[in-house]
Write a new protein. Sequence first.
Length: 174
Amino acid sequence: VRIEDALRVAADADLDLVEVAPLAKPPVCKIMDYGKFKYETAQKERESRKNQQQTVVKEQKLRPKIDDHDYLTKKGHVIRFLQAGSKVKVTIMFRGREQSRPELGYRLLQRLGTDVAEYGFVETSAKQDGRNMTMVLAPHRGAKTRARAQHPEQSGSAPEHDSDAAGDTDPSPT
């Protein structure tokens, strides 16, 4: 169809001629209401932004000379965060002469990474950053959906009132 004909048809219908695919051979055009098209495109974009998932990064701080029980507690927190579908940034804080022994922090982070391997994986390996050493753990794919399946949200499931227990009913004659 010639451009002049398409423009005339669009003007007769009180619509616009919009080039949809300019790189196609031949270029593709559509007759449509351009204002309505822009509005609908903006609505779809806004809706997709609203449905987009925000990644939550939780942080767990440790020291190189952590006690076994404290380590187990922190490991439990990391596992809980990973099961909830959040990423976890594990930070080892060095003080004073501990800074000259970064291998202690590295070993601790490696140990934690292997301990929680069932729940997540090491996304960013251990890196020294000044007085801190950090590592990022991410949950395995589908961890969030598994967590929802295990703990379904209870909406409005209040216990029902038992009329017999309250004594509302007449006792049957004997």
